[in-house]
Design a protein around this ligand. Sequence first.
Ligand code: HEC
Ligand code: HEC
Length: 451
Amino acid sequence: MANTMRLRAAALLSCLALLGAPVAAGGEGLLPAGTDLGEQSLDEPREIFKTDVAGGERSYLVRLGDMAFSAPGILGPAARQARMSCATCHRNATNNPSLFIPGLSTKGGTFDTTSALFNPAADDHRLDALRIPSLRGTRFLAPYGHDGRFASLRDFIRNVIVGEFAGPEPPPVILDALVAYLQEIEFLPNPRLAAGGRLAAGASPLERRGEALFFRPFPHDPSLSCAACHTPSAAFTDRRLHDVGSGGFEKTPTLLGANFNAPYFHDGRYDDYAAVVGHFDRVFALGLGPDETKALVAYLRAVGDGEQPFEPAGVDDALVEVEYFVSVLDTALPAHDRPVIALTVDTVIGELRELMERFPERRNSVVRDGRAERGKARAALRELVLDLRRVGLAGEAGEFDAASAALARYRAELEAAAPALEDAEPYSLFDPERRRAYLAELQCLQSGAAN
Ligand code: HEC
Ligand code: HEC
């Protein structure tokens, strides 16, 4: 006993020595040890806006909604303290299969929306974790929630904020903005599908066989088929609730983009398509042979595919994203909209801090080279945070001209800082090799700390 404790302490110390700095494992002590918010991934899920596809300009409301989606400030105190936002669980409006919070998750990518941690009043005293769904194509997927309990997206979102996360009543414009933002987000393009959701030319014979099986009436209930519920011409959902033997009435989920949506079913109980097909085979006594299962799985893979699901992200992309959020101030400052100014400043400061973490401190021992460059990048980001704080303070005091002047200074400094950030990029965690080494150390640290 004493021995293993000493060993653990030694392991912890050796990780600490390697990292050179203590690491807050998400949530500054609020979230349980072993929490993984899945923030370490280098690639960003690709996000496609309806307006961009149409060649238009994203509206103020959409930009505000996008920013609010990344804003811990709209949620309640616990989420704010843990710096969690909608985007923590729905990365770029998708899912987050790595997210795991001990006591609230049953596996990666699931979360119990009714627990004491975020809202004691909503606690149902059960670990009933739900799969975090992707929000691509949201405007085609009403009613909302796995059990379809909200016909309106706006009502669903309000309940997330107030009911699940004990946040204050959101200003109507924030709700409108979140709705406008989510209604923009498209499914990934899928060249393997043609009009009406049918397989495109070039599909394999196995996929074609799977498609035929998908349309074939069930032997014991000819009114049913996979396609009867997962309507191919309507984003592969009839948007109705059904009892498919998974514990109650559940909304038919879309199958578009589903290759990236595991784990499957409302509670995330299945990890792959073969297990899902096995479920329907059992529950509806389909009598599928192994070849038929294989064909259905091949078909589901074709339907659930999407072009370029992830994009690598670098310093440039991070700066573009930050400026995109900052652009909300160009409307909010002249409008003297104090709550939006405060929310934007808080959110962008959070993003800048996150960016700073990608440039490890000088004394970090996993990333050893480029000390001077990293030091300069961190200093530049620290200055930018101070500038933004001045914008926030002036906004709070109702000195909107002073706030606009501070914003202009921030932008000038950002322009001056960009080269320093780019110079430091090769020595930062944006570099895949360094990131891998750093994550290995982080894991070492967390496995030591969790025991
Ligand atoms: C801690 C993780 C987490 C956070 C934070 C979070 N969600 Fe979710 N979200 C979930 C889970 C889990 C579900 C499934 C809930 C259900 O089915 O009832 C969900 C479901 C949804 C859905 C329903 C999708 C559908 O097709 O039915 C929408 C819309 C949504 N979230 C939007 C948001 C917005 C907006 C925010 C921020 C205000 C947010 N979520 C914050 C985990 C999260
Ligand atoms: C009676 C309507 C109905 C029929 C028939 C049906 N499904 Fe489903 N399907 C659902 C519902 C409802 C769920 C969600 C179950 C849950 O969340 O517990 C689901 C879930 C799924 C999922 C998981 C998707 C995800 O993101 O979680 C896949 C894949 C799927 N079905 C494929 C099929 C296939 C293949 C068939 C035919 C063998 C089929 N379904 C037949 C209603 C149906």
